[in-house]
Design a protein around this ligand. Structure first.
Ligand code: NAD
Length: 263
């Protein structure tokens, strides 16, 4: 299904952990040069860069851009272009969560969630698109969520940002539809990553529940398959969207949510 990505360059935001890191490994294994981005322990990040480079012949690099800062994002795309080539594949994946009722939602948390999820995708797409247009080929994949399609309470900023990502996906897809560039949005259900694990204490507080009740009655309650989506499953969908066989898929929202949005 997946042609070799040798000669292609992929830039994945928010990829020192979870889904983004899984995407980076899948792309490197397919031969793409990869730039990862995100926060974390410097030694752990260096180890991931080495592991990625072992898969793709040494073409891996990390950039520590803060995705809430537009100048950092422009610098990251320029650094990728200088060291690995212009991004052929851009995955707007960075994200954070904050769980609180809207009348108690801190203003700074609202601003951070909107900046890191939604505005970062605008700035990265704006910076990377000219290189794709010049080559007449590109793949932009936005990590949305089933919260791009439906809502859950206490996640006003996240749901607004993820619904915004849906609109951005469709708009950019239309703008570049004749230029060999596709733009799509993957909408995962709950995936067991630090982002999900870390929201459990606030959800316990907001709903007055125990840890196990949040996992079973809030998280898995929404997924008819009663299982978390796995990063490897999402990576396989991502690789399909990158492939030539998927070139007619653009502006689409692709759910992988264990049946959540069928309800
Ligand atoms: P994660 O917490 O494991 O990874 C998030 C990544 O983003 C990390 O690399 C982190 O360092 C980075 N990051 C956070 N803030 C940043 C910033 N300001 N600048 C740069 N990097 C930053 O989370 P994850 O679950 O892998 O989530 C990845 C994406 O998938 C997010 O957009 C999230 O909303 C989405 N998603 C996750 C789930 C899920 O259940 N885990 C479901 C649907 C969608």
């Amino acid at each position: 299904m997946t042609a070799s990505l040798s000669g292609k360059t992929a830039l994945i935001t928010g990829s020192t952990s979870g889904i983004g890191l899984g995407f980076a490994h899948a792309l490197a294994a397919a031969g793409a040069s990869v730039m990862i981005n995100g926060f974390g322990d410097a030694a752990a990040i260096a180890a991931e860069v080495s592991a990625l480079a072992a898969k793709n012949g040494g073409k891996a690099r990390h950039h520590g851009a803060d995705m809430s800062r537009p100048a950092d994002i422009r610098d990251m795309v320029a650094d990728c272009t200088a060291h690995l080539g212009t991004p052929d594949i851009l995955i707007n994946n960075a994200g954070i969560q904050h769980v609180a009722p809207i009348d108690e939602f801190p203003d700074d948390k609202w601003d951070a969630v909107i900046a890191i999820i939604l505005s970062s995708a605008f700035h990265a797409t704006k910076a990377a698109l000219p290189g794709m247009k010049a080559k007449g080929w590109g793949r932009i994949i936005n990590t949305g969520s089933m919260h791009s399609l439906v809502a859950s309470p206490y996640k006003s900023a996240y749901n607004a940002a993820k619904h915004g990502i849906a609109g951005l996906t469709k708009t950019v897809a239309l703008e570049v539809a004749t230029q060999g560039i596709t733009v799509n949005c993957i909408c995962p259900g709950y995936v067991w990553t630090p982002l999900v694990e870390n929201q459990i204490p606030d959800t316990m507080k907001a709903r007055g529940m125990t840890y196990d009740q949040v996992v079973q009655d809030v998280l898995l309650d929404k997924q008819p398959q009663k299982a978390f989506v796995e990063v490897e499953q999402l990576a396989s969908l991502m690789l399909y969207l990158v492939s030539d066989g998927a070139r007619a898929i653009t502006g689409s929202m692709l759910s992988m949510d264990g049946g959540w949005t069928a309800q």
